[in-house]
Unconditional design. Structure first.
Length: 447
């Protein structure tokens, strides 16, 4: 028997600390089991905006943006808008001097709606539609990252002025992350291969761009994957990319000045999970680039990086209400959301922390499984999580680190409307995106 089992109150005390590595920096424990998020009581926010709801701390988003810009003042830091693309978030990052990585006409439309400076926008994607390309040209985005020979031809035909482009390269660097978000190795769909034996390889792509009078090749891009915690993988990618830049110079006589190393920097979803060492990354990248450039006799390139998750992920939480508790061979705590507001567990086997909010419980803790309300057994948010044994329907639960790829990947599965996004700053909450209603869902269905 453990000490906590002998003295349940001890368990409460121990568990009533906040694991500051997974909760947003502004989160505090209030009295009576309250959780304060950016100065606002989470149970009040739940009462006002309903559940489930995504909460995002504006100050923390801005702090992450500033930390990146301070760590790499020589680089252009582009926020990867796929992580969370709303008008307000794009306004915040624009105000913080970030550039923007977009990957669709839709993301460009949001950027355009807030007047995000077009000369700070990039467009990505392995398969851009004519609408994506036209939206980028129409708004005048500065750089388009091309990813197939077809696309080079299509953009070449569409562009009426000289459009700056980069080529996405597969550097063949392992990111040590989930296979579904590994993007820098051979055998996945992104980038031009460096292998001479592959038909759509970098050589063909460079020659094809240089042959298009309406395209100006300015640089190379790579993105090795997402939720990557190993800084040495980025050093490896950086060195490889300088070698490739030097190869392009030697083979084609063009010195490309732009190098984009993508994003993918890891955050902590669970206590103890290693997060990204931004300071170490900046230092080691600088050394790796400097060294490889001097070896290759290549000028230091204009560097762009594209963090998404690291800017917004840790700044967000989701608040759910417990619908039911079922005691079977395991204790299942079912909440009023699930895989429609967070598909990451089903897609990547991701797991989350969670805590009871809004009441203080003296009850002993026991392991529970937190599940969603969707009609699938894989709809599991957290496993082996220790929660007070008196948890019951109507309780509130908060889940940390949900600012990235939750709102942006939410679906209407089971005809459940997507949750609202609430921005909180210094205790003041603002509804940024409203909850999707049954009327919203029905309005698209034309019968
Ligand atoms: N740049 C490019 C070209 C990308 O494809 C991505 C992410 C990023 C930057 C930003 O990566 P970040 O810093 O946010 O990790 N839905 C997955 C993540 C997929 C990311 C796809 N591309 C997830 O929930 O983990």
């Amino acid at each position: 028997m453990t000490l906590t089992e002998l003295l349940p109150s001890l368990g409460c005390e121990a568990a009533d600390r906040l694991d500051q590595d997974v909760w947003p920096k502004s989160t505090r424990l209030g009295s009576g089991g309250e959780l304060l998020f950016a100065g606002a009581p989470v149970s009040h926010l739940a009462a006002r905006f309903g559940t489930p709801a995504y909460l995002i701390d504006e100050v923390e988003v801005r702090e992450h943006a500033r930390a990146y810009r301070a760590a790499l003042p020589e680089a252009e830091v582009a926020y990867a808008s796929k992580a969370l693309c709303t008008k307000s978030v794009l306004r915040w990052v624009a105000e913080e001097g970030m550039s923007l990585d977009t990957c669709s006409a839709g993301e460009i439309a949001v950027a355009r709606s807030v007047g995000f400076p077009a000369d700070r926008i990039l467009l990505h994607g392995n398969a851009k539609t004519p609408e994506d390309l036209k939206a980028a040209l129409g708004y005048g985005v500065r750089r388009i990252v091309l990813d197939s020979l077809d696309e080079i031809e299509q953009l070449g035909a569409l562009a009426s002025h000289r459009q700056q482009v980069m080529l996405r390269v597969t550097p063949n660097v392992k990111a040590d992350t989930h296979v579904a978000i590994t993007t820098g190795t051979e055998g996945q769909k992104f980038g031009f291969s460096l292998l001479p034996t592959v038909r759509d390889n970098l050589d063909r792509a460079v020659a094809a761009v240089l042959a298009q009078p309406s395209l100006e090749l300015v640089g190379l891009h790579c993105h090795i994957g997402s939720q990557v915690s190993r800084v040495d993988r980025y050093e490896e990618a950086a060195r490889k990319m300088i070698e490739v830049l030097a190869y392009v110079r030697d083979a084609y006589g063009v010195t490309l000045r732009d190098l984009d190393l993508g994003g993918g920097h890891a955050v902590s979803y669970l206590p103890g999970q290693s997060e990204f060492d931004l300071g170490g990354y900046a230092r080691r990248l600088r050394v790796a680039l400097g060294y490889e450039c001097s070896v290759q006799g290549f000028p230091l390139p204009h560097l762009t990086i594209e963090p998404g998750r690291a800017i917004v992920g840790p700044a967000g939480i989701t608040v759910y209400r417990v619908c039911a508790v079922k005691n079977g061979s395991k204790t299942f705590v079912a909440v009023d959301g699930g895989m429609s507001d967070n598909p990451r567990p089903a897609l990547y086997g991701a797991r989350y922390a969670a805590r009871l909010v809004g009441r203080h419980s003296q009850a002993a803790r026991r392991p529970v499984v937190i599940v969603g309300r969707h009609c699938e057994s894989g709809d599991v948010l957290a496993e082996n999580l220790s929660l007070p044994s008196d948890i019951h329907a109507g309780d509130l639960l908060a889940v940390p680190c949900t600012g990235a790829y939750h709102h942006s990947m939410a679906s209407n599965y089971n005809q459940i409307g997507r949750p609202p996004l609430v921005g909180v700053r210094d205790g003041v909450a603002t509804l940024l995106v409203r909850r999707e209603t049954d009327e919203d869902l029905l309005s698209r269905d034309l019968g």
